[in-house]
Design a protein. Structure first.
Length: 756
C-alpha cells in the first residue's frame, strides 16, 4: 500500500507527533507551518496571532522572508489577513494582489505569490489568529483544501487556548484571548463586585482532538446524535412542557437544529479530516458561532445560544461521564456567569464567596435576581455574548449600579473600581452608624422603614439594616426555589424562624403570590395562559384552590402562636375577595382552637393595592382591611399598561409621572380618612428620590430591600417634609402635562442639600 503523504488526516497525524516532541516553542511553530505547506503543496504557509492590541503579528512562516517573523504586522481589518480576522470569513483568491484589501508588506517578499487561501483561527467564535497558504501559480484551492486548512486552524486554536501560556510566550506579548472587553447592559441589582469568573456551566474541554479511525468515529457521532434527538423528543412529549410556551419554543428550535442536514454534514466532514467526533462538534460550533455573531438579525443572534446549548448537549453525549469540565474549587471572589439560572442554583453557591452574578438573559424581576437582591449580591443582566467571551478564572468587575461588566479589565479600570468599592464601604459605614438613629424628618415626622424579605437568607438583614420590621414577606419565594411543594411542616418552620428572628418587630406575611411570572415548575396550571400577568394568579388561584391556602394559613397560625399575626392578600381586584379570604382564615382559626393549639394573640388581615379597579372601591376596601399596602410594581404595570419585565419599555414611563403620583396621593388620603394604616412595598420605596416623593405624598411607612434602608434614612433625616409636600401638591394640583416630576424633585433635593 502506498503511504499517503498529503491530505488532512496525514497532516493531523504529523501535528500530533509535533506536539509530543520536546521542542522550543518557536521551533515547534516553524515545524508546524512547514508541515502544513508541504502537505498542501503550497510554497508559503504563515501563521499570524492576534495580539490584545488588535494587531496581527506574523509568528511563523514557511516560504516568506524569515526575517519578517514578529516584524510583519497588520491591524484588524487591514490587508487580507486583517480582513479575515475581522470578518471571521475565509478568503480563497486566485490573484491576491487584485483584491482591494491587499496590503503590501515589503519585508515579507510576498509579491511573488498569486494565489492565497486564508482562514481564521477561531475558538468559541472568537478570532485568535489567521492561517494562510500561498502559491506562485494562479491556482484555485479546492473546497476540501479549505476544509483541511480550517481543521488545522481549529487544532491550532485549541493548542493556543489550552497552552498555559508557556509555549507561545514572549515578553511583552499579550494574546487577544486576554483582551479586555467591556459590556454595557442592565443593572439588576446595585453594588460593585471585583473577582474572578466562574462559569455556571463550565465549558467542556476537548482533550482528544485526533481520531484513529474516521468510520468508527462517524458511527459514534451518529449514535450520539440519535440519542440527542430522542432526548429532545422525549422532553417535548412531557406534559408540563406542552403547556409552557417559551420552553417549548426553545426545544422546537433544538429539534430543528438537531435534524439540520447541513450541520450533520459539516460534522462528518470534520471527522473525515481526522478530528474526533467531539473535536468536530467544537470546530463546527465555533464556525457557526463566528458566522452568527456577524448577523445583524436579532432573532438569529438569539438563536445562537440555542445552538450552543445543543452543541454542549451533543458533546456531553459523546464524552459521557468522562466529560472533563473545568471544574475548579470555587474561587474566593466568584462572579458567576450564566446564560440564565434558577434561584435555587444560586443558593447552592456559598454566599461568602460570591461577589456578583452576570446573566446573558434575565430581567430585573426574575427569581434569581430577587434572590440575589435578598443576598445583597450585585447583578448585571442582558449581557449578550458574555458566556462565550469569558474563561474560568478571568479577572472581572461588575457594576450593578449602571449595568457595566469589565472582563479582563486593564489596570486603570481596576484601580478606579477599587476606589469605588472603598467609597461604597465608607458609605456603608455611615449607614451603619445611622442604624440606631431614628427615621425622622427634619421637621419631626416619624417614618417607619420596613424591609422586604422572603427567605431565610434575609433574616440577618433585619438586625443589620435597622429595619423596624418586615413590611412584606414574600412567602412564594420558598415555593419558587423548591423542587416540590414545601410541606406544611417546612412552611411552618420557616415562618417560625422568621418570627423568632424578628423578636418584637412586626412581620407582614403575604399569602402565596404565584402565577404570572412567578412560576412553580412542579405546579401544573390548567394550560398555557395568553397573558399570565393578568391571569390565574395570586389570590385568584388560592381562592380556587382553598386546600393550598388552608395549608399555608394553618402553618402561619401555628407558627405565630402567642404572637400577633399579620396576613396580607396579594392582587386583590374586588373587595368581595377579602371577605371570602377572611372567612377561610376564620375557619382555620376555629379549626385550630378545637385542637387546643396556641393561637396568635391577634390576627390582622391586610391586602395589597395592585389592581387599578380597587381605586374606585377604596372606601369599601379600607373598611374591609386592617391595613393596606401599595404594590407599586404591579399597580404601575396595570395602570400604565406596561409589562414590568419587558426591557423594551422599561424606561418609557416614569413612576414619578403626575398621573401615578395623583393615584398614590389619593390612596393616602382615603386611608387617612378611614384611619387604616397604609404602607408601600414596591421597588419605588427603596430609591432615595422616589422614597422622598412618597414621604412628601404622605406615606408614613414604606418597605424596601434591606440595603436601601440606610440610603433612604440618610435622605429623610435631611428632608423638610412639609416644605416638599407643599411643593409637590402645587405640582399635582395644577394643569400638569409633564412626563415626570423627576427633575423637579431632583432640583428640590439639590437646593435643600438632601443626599440621594
Ligand atoms: C408589587 O407588586 O409592588 C409588589 C411588592 O409585589 P411583587 O413585586 O412581589 O409582585
Ligand atoms: Mg405585586
Amino acid at each position: 500500500m502506498v503511504e499517503l503523504t498529503t491530505g488532512p488526516r496525514v497532516l493531523l497525524r504529523r501535528l500530533r507527533a509535533l506536539m509530543a516532541e520536546a521542542l522550543e516553542p518557536q521551533e515547534r511553530l516553524n515545524r508546524i507551518v512547514k508541515e502544513i505547506a508541504q502537505n498542501m503543496v503550497a510554497e508559503v504557509c504563515s501563521f499570524y496571532i492576534l495580539r490584545n492590541d488588535g494587531v496581527l503579528e506574523l509568528f511563523a512562516t514557511e516560504g516568506l522572508n524569515p526575517q519578517s517573523v514578529h516584524q510583519a504586522q497588520l491591524r484588524l481589518g487591514q490587508g487580507l489577513v486583517g480582513t479575515i480576522a475581522a470578518s471571521t470569513n475565509a478568503l480563497n483568491l486566485t490573484d491576491a494582489q487584485a483584491h482591494p484589501a491587499f496590503a503590501y508588506l515589503p519585508e515579507t517578499g510576498e509579491e511573488a505569490y498569486n494565489s492565497f487561501l486564508g482562514v481564521p483561527v477561531l475558538r468559541a467564535g472568537r478570532t485568535l489568529g489567521v492561517l494562510v497558504v500561498q502559491n506562485k501559480t494562479k491556482r484555485v484551492y479546492r473546497d476540501d483544501e479549505l476544509e483541511a486548512l480550517e481543521t488545522t486552524a481549529m487544532v491550532l486554536a485549541e493548542i493556543i487556548a489550552s497552552s498555559d501560556g508557556g509555549w507561545l510566550e514572549r515578553p511583552g506579548l499579550e494574546l487577544d484571548l486576554g483582551r479586555p472587553i467591556s459590556f454595557n447592559a442592565l443593572g439588576f441589582n446595585e453594588g460593585v463586585g471585583l473577582g474572578h469568573v466562574v462559569l455556571h456551566e463550565p465549558r467542556i474541554v476537548v482533550t482528544d482532538l485526533f481520531n484513529e479511525d474516521s468510520a468508527a468515529e462517524i458511527i459514534r457521532l451518529e449514535n450520539a446524535i440519535n440519542s440527542l434527538r430522542l432526548s429532545i423528543d422525549n422532553m417535548l412529549e412531557r406534559r408540563e412542557v406542552a403547556s409552557e410556551g417559551e420552553h417549548r419554543d426553545v426545544l422546537e428550535a433544538y429539534r430543528m437544529f438537531a435534524h439540520d442536514r447541513g450541520w450533520v454534514r459539516r460534522l462528518e466532514e470534520a471527522i473525515n479530516n481526522g478530528l474526533t467526533a467531539e473535536a468536530a462538534v467544537e470546530k463546527v460550533q465555533s464556525d457557526t458561532r463566528a458566522r452568527m455573531m456577524q448577523m445583524t438579525d436579532p432573532y438569529m443572534r438569539e438563536r445562537m445560544s440555542d445552538f450552543d446549548d445543543l452543541a454542549n448537549r451533543l458533546m456531553r453525549q459523546l464524552m459521557g461521564h468522562d466529560a472533563k469540565t473545568i471544574a475548579e474549587t470555587l474561587v474566593k471572589d466568584a462572579i458567576i456567569i450564566a446564560r440564565s439560572m434558577g434561584a435555587a442554583e444560586l443558593l447552592d453557591y456559598p454566599r461568602e464567596r460570591l461577589r456578583g452574578v452576570v446573566l446573558e438573559d434575565g430581567s430585573a424581576t426574575s427569581h434569581v435576581v430577587i434572590v440575589a437582591r435578598a443576598m445583597g449580591i450585585p447583578v448585571v443582566g442582558q449581557v449578550k455574548g458574555v458566556v462565550a467571551m469569558a474563561e474560568n478564572n478571568d479577572a472581572i468587575i461588575i457594576d450593578g449600579d449602571d449595568g457595566t461588566v469589565h472582563l479582563r479589565p486593564q489596570q486603570d479600570v481596576e484601580g478606579a473600581y477599587a476606589e469605588k468599592v472603598r467609597f461604597r464601604a465608607k458609605r456603608q459605614k455611615l449607614f451603619k452608624e445611622l442604624r440606631n438613629k431614628p427615621a425622622v424628618t427634619k421637621d419631626g415626622v416619624d417614618i417607619t422603614l420596613l424591609m422586604n424579605g422572603g427567605l431565610l437568607v434575609d433574616l440577618p438583614q433585619l438586625e443589620a439594616s435597622g429595619a423596624e420590621g418586615i413590611g412584606l414577606f414574600r412567602t412564594e419565594l420558598q415555593f419558587m426555589i423548591a423542587s416540590t411543594f414545601p410541606k406544611a411542616e417546612q412552611q411552618e418552620r420557616l415562618y417560625r424562624s422568621v418570627l423568632e428572628a424578628a423578636k418584637d418587630k412586626p412581620v407582614t406575611f403575604r399569602t402565596l403570590d404565584v402565577g404570572g411570572d412567578k412560576i412553580l415548575p412542579y405546579f401544573r396550571s390548567t394550560g398555557q395562559e395568553e397573558n399570565p400577568a393578568m391571569g390565574w394568579r395570586a389570590i385568584r388561584l388560592t381562592l380556587d384552590r382553598p386546600g393550598l391556602m388552608r395549608t399555608q394559613l394553618r402553618a402561619l397560625l401555628k407558627a405565630a402562636g402567642g404572637k400577633e399575626l399579620r396576613l396580607m392578600l396579594p392582587m386583590v381586584t374586588e373587595v368581595a375577595e377579602i371577605w371570602t379570604a377572611r372567612q377561610i382564615i376564620e375557619r382555620e382559626v376555629k379549626h385550630l382552637s378545637r385542637f387546643d393549639y396556641v393561637l396568635p394573640s391577634r390576627v390582622k388581615v391586610g391586602a395589597m393595592i395592585e389592581v387599578p379597579a380597587l381605586l374606585w372601591q377604596l372606601d369599601e376596601f379600607m373598611e374591609a382591611v386592617d391595613f393596606a399596602s401599595v404594590g407599586s410594581n404591579d399597580l404601575f404595570q396595570f395602570l400604565m399598561a406596561v409589562d414590568r419585565g419587558n426591557s423594551l419599555i422599561a424606561d418609557r414611563y416614569d413612576q414619578l409621572s403626575p398621573a401615578f403620583l395623583r393615584v398614590l396621593r389619593h390612596i393616602v388620603l382615603v386611608s387617612e380618612r378611614h384611619q387604616t394604616p397604609v404602607t408601600l412595598c414596591g421597588e419605588m420605596a427603596g430609591r432615595p428620590l422616589t422614597a422622598m416623593t412618597l414621604i412628601a405624598l404622605g406615606f408614613k411607612s414604606i418597605s424596601m430591600s434591606p440595603a436601601s434602608i440606610g440610603p433612604v434614612k440618610s435622605m429623610l433625616r435631611e428632608l423638610n417634609m412639609a416644605q416638599l409636600n407643599q411643593h409637590l401638591n402645587e405640582e399635582l394640583d395644577k394643569h400638569n402635562e409633564a412626563h415626570s416630576l423627576r427633575d423637579s424633585m431632583l432640583r428640590f433635593a439639590k437646593d435643600n442639600n438632601i443626599p440621594l
